[in-house]
Design a binder for this molecule. Structure first.
Ligand code: HEC
Ligand code: HEC
Ligand code: HEC
Ligand code: HEC
Ligand code: HEC
Length: 190
């Protein structure tokens, strides 16, 4: 092989490598959650909360989602630990009565309809089936927002390396097909 070709091949490989690793970095803005929160601590024997103590269904069947700061205030009216995140929780949110602007990793586009009622109450699916191990996580990873669409990285699903981590349309449909559900566009889109 001549030298020119060797340099060309090396340059091409380097450019591909930079593109491969650099493109996702450029495409996604990384945003820290407003404070750290440990699901593991709160569902431990010591604190003893269950998922639905914080993530309940309302009496009309709608899912309440992330609990409001008044839930946290039930136990954190004053700090219980020396944690800086707990200090922030008390001073910045509980005392002034401000809601915490959590970022939702699984947030779908506005034109997509999703209901926990069908999936959790009727189909009896476990939270982990769609959310992975979030319910036993110790800390919150950064939220990654797609700069072009504004969507969370988690719903994009497949990344360029081909591994899946999310709730992309094809993943909803895969489960629906496996369970013999109809798959009409207007089931999921408004
Ligand atoms: C003390 C209240 C509390 C309890 C108990 C609790 N959570 Fe949470 N959960 C939160 C808060 C606060 C958030 C928002 C911060 C975050 O993303 O973790 C959240 C967020 C979530 C999310 C949202 C992920 C997303 O897409 O952004 C999932 C899934 C979740 N919790 C599952 C669970 C499961 C499963 C359990 C039971 C094993 C549980 N939670 C118990 C307070 C709680
Ligand atoms: C039923 C009581 C209870 C509720 C409700 C509760 N916590 Fe806690 N939380 C605790 C206890 C107890 C600890 C201390 C655990 C320890 O000693 O390790 C704690 C610890 C913490 C800490 C300290 C750091 C850590 O993770 O160990 C943070 C931050 C925190 N909670 C945030 C929250 C937020 C945010 C909410 C509302 C979504 C909330 N907590 C709701 C009881 C509660
Ligand atoms: C079939 C998949 C699926 C299952 C099972 C599921 N979720 Fe979700 N969850 C989602 C999707 C999709 C969203 C985003 C909804 C949206 O943006 O409209 C979401 C959003 C959330 C959120 C964010 C708050 C919000 O806006 O609703 C929390 C908290 C949450 N789920 C907790 C849970 C818990 C706790 C369980 C188990 C009791 C559970 N989920 C089971 C798919 C699922
Ligand atoms: C792990 C399996 C699973 C996944 C993943 C899943 N679903 Fe479902 N979905 C079901 C089942 C089972 C039902 C039927 C529930 C019932 O009525 O008993 C259902 C029902 C529905 C319905 C009710 C409408 C109808 O006629 O069937 C909608 C809307 C829906 N799903 C949307 C979604 C969306 C959007 C996603 C992805 C973000 C999703 N689902 C992911 C299993 C799943
Ligand atoms: C089982 C639920 C489901 C069905 C059925 C479904 N979709 Fe989707 N669709 C989704 C979800 C969830 C998203 C968002 C995540 C993604 O982009 O993959 C989405 C995203 C989209 C988007 C991109 C929207 C945006 O704002 O970026 C288009 C376009 C779309 N769907 C068209 C369709 C068409 C056309 C059909 C019928 C052939 C269809 N969908 C059927 C769940 C569904």
């Amino acid at each position: 092989m001549n030298r020119g070709l060797l340099f060309f091949a090396a340059g091409l490989l380097a450019a591909l490598g930079i593109g491969w690793m650099g493109f996702p970095r450029m495409l996604y803005e990384r945003i820290d959650q407003p404070l750290q929160f440990s699901h593991r601590v709160h569902t431990s024997e010591k604190v003893g909360l269950k998922c639905d103590d914080c993530h309940a269904f309302r009496s009309d069947g709608s899912f309440a989602g992330i609990p409001s700061v008044s839930k946290c205030a039930e136990c954190h009216a004053a700090p219980l630990t020396a944690s800086a995140d707990e200090k922030l929780l008390v001073e910045k949110y509980i005392v002034p009565g401000e809601e915490i602007p959590w970022r939702v990793y699984s947030r779908q586009p506005d034109n997509t309809y999703f209901s926990h009622l069908f999936h959790v109450r009727q189909a009896r699916l476990k939270c982990d089936e769609c959310h992975g191990s979030h319910g036993s996580s110790e800390s919150l990873r950064e939220f990654q927002r797609n700069r072009l669409s504004g969507y969370s990285r988690d719903i994009w699903g497949q990344n360029i390396a081909g591994f899946s981590r999310g709730m992309k349309m094809t993943e909803c449909s895969r489960c629906h097909a496996a369970r013999g559900r109809s798959d009409a566009c207007l089931d999921c889109h408004k």
